[in-house]
Design a protein around this ligand. Structure first.
Ligand code: HEC
Length: 212
């Protein structure tokens, strides 16, 4: 019980220092898990810091949905390196706020345009959320690229694209269920070219420059 109280108080205090975001927190009926209700006050003018604050507050709930999927790293991806400083809006992924993570095998991703071909087993994950004009916040799809063995799918440079919905259901996966529904991922990512291994990387102004 005291733990729950502390968590709620922490949320309220945290909320008080935010600009553009107001917060209240309530304990849910079963009193084992606080539920968070907040509305974004000026959704059109969110700063990067606001976007990050919102993201940090909803990430547990986002991951709780993704975890219902068949994606084995749904629990873990949030512990991988994140290559963007703050969530940014991506027109190419439904105007949602997105983040980019890569697993240890894909550590060359830090070199961005100089990364070359990422090795077998590389996994790149982009999670997403939407902020509506009313200030409501919704979890968005999880976008995944995984480098499979040579010959898996030459057209996608052996990347397997997958998109999971916020409730964990699979929208589509290259050479798997709903493969045709993720064909548009391949079509667009191909534009990045062979030298870049079909990758677009994080927009310059949001890049984290890891030195190792
Ligand atoms: C219209 C073009 C377009 C489409 C369609 C598209 N993407 Fe992307 N994707 C991008 C761009 C541009 C970036 C980098 C900038 C960004 O995050 O918006 C990117 C980045 C990514 C990344 C991070 C790796 C990288 O390229 O640096 C992943 C993972 C990803 N997309 C997955 C997907 C999946 C899965 C789909 C299909 C469900 C998809 N994308 C559809 C353009 C596209």
């Amino acid at each position: 019980m005291p733990t729950i109280h502390l968590r709620v108080i922490a949320l309220v205090l945290f909320g008080a220092v935010l600009s553009g975001v107001t917060a209240t927190a309530q304990v849910s009926d079963d009193a084992t898990r606080p539920t968070r209700h907040f509305r974004v006050e000026r959704p059109a003018g969110l700063t990067g810091a606001d976007a990050l604050t919102i993201y940090n507050r909803i990430l547990d709930d986002m991951v709780a949905g993704y975890r219902l999927s068949s994606f084995p790293s749904a629990d873990r991806y949030r512990l991988w390196r994140r290559y963007n400083t703050v969530p940014y809006r991506s027109a190419q992924h439904g105007e949602r706020y997105v983040n980019n993570y890569a697993n240890d095998i894909a550590t060359d991703y830090r070199l961005f345009e100089a990364a070359g071909n990422l090795p077998l087993g590389s996994i790149l994950v982009k999670d997403s959320f939407a902020v509506t004009a009313n200030g409501d916040v919704f979890s968005g799809p999880l976008f995944v690229m995984e480098k499979m063995s040579t010959g898996f799918n030459p057209e996608s440079r052996d990347w397997r694209y997958a998109m999971y919905m916020p409730d964990g259901s699979l929208f589509g996966m290259t050479n798997g269920e709903g493969t045709e529904r993720v064909a548009f991922c391949v079509t667009c990512h191909k534009e990045a070219g062979h030298e870049q291994d079909h990758l677009f990387y994080v927009p310059e102004r949001y890049r984290v420059r890891f030195l190792n």
